[in-house]
Design a binder for this molecule. Sequence first.
Ligand code: URA
Length: 282
Amino acid sequence: MTAEEKNALARFLDCAADYLKDGYNRPRGSYAFENDTKPDNTAPPPLIDAPSASLPSSSLPLAYQIDEDDDTLEAAEPEAVLSAGYALPEAATLSELAALVSNCSACPLAPTRKHTVPGEGAERPLVLVIGEGPGADEDATGRPFVGNAGQLLDKMLASIGLSRTENCYIANIVKCRPPGNRDPQPDEIAACLPFLHQQIKLLRPKTILCAGRVAAQALLNTSRGITALRGAFTEYTPAGDAEKPIPVLCTYHPSALLHSESYKRPAWEDLKLLKARLEERE
Ligand code: URA
């Protein structure tokens, strides 16, 4: 086992022990196996102050809560997590939000990440592209969509005159890599979604493009499949801003296009729809 692997294991065990004890992931100093290439989540500061020992577990602002009846750890339903008042401080800027993300330890993805991947791009974008979550390349660099799928995404955007440096912002549903590129779990999505909702408020994009099932279902809070969701615009209404719904288009994830040619034609139809909508709004 390398020093980095031992370190990740130690951090994971500490985190699991904390969650089991009282649902709170404590900040810690460096681990015995730490070397010079430290990941950015050594000793993650908490999002809020540590709850006192007497605080009831139901008020913990975490994705996990102790079931008072049988004292076991259970993943809370997304709505329960959010209504329990997951205490995400309001960020005034995107860089403040990125700092909150990099300090986050609210879900089980934190201990295994190398870098958080908050997102990047134009600040008042025509299109906010939302993917699923970082893969290995993104975890290694801290930047969204930089692997093969990202290169294809860049080409897809370029085909309708868009780019991540000029007029798009690229973000993900979860900001930390799910190990082995598995789908993010409902509790992980629920813990991370408040970051995305804040990003949308700060970015005020003209439109949103959801890449793939996970992004579409999480943003739109639906269990419908991507084939049913794609191909037509729907809307996302930012909390507290009912007057200003944002048009949302869902399409297949670029990774799906890399695996199967058959998704390319419908994805191209979606891109043309997006282009037409942007031209209408000009
Ligand atoms: N896939 C995603 O959904 N997001 C990324 O950032 C990279 C790959």
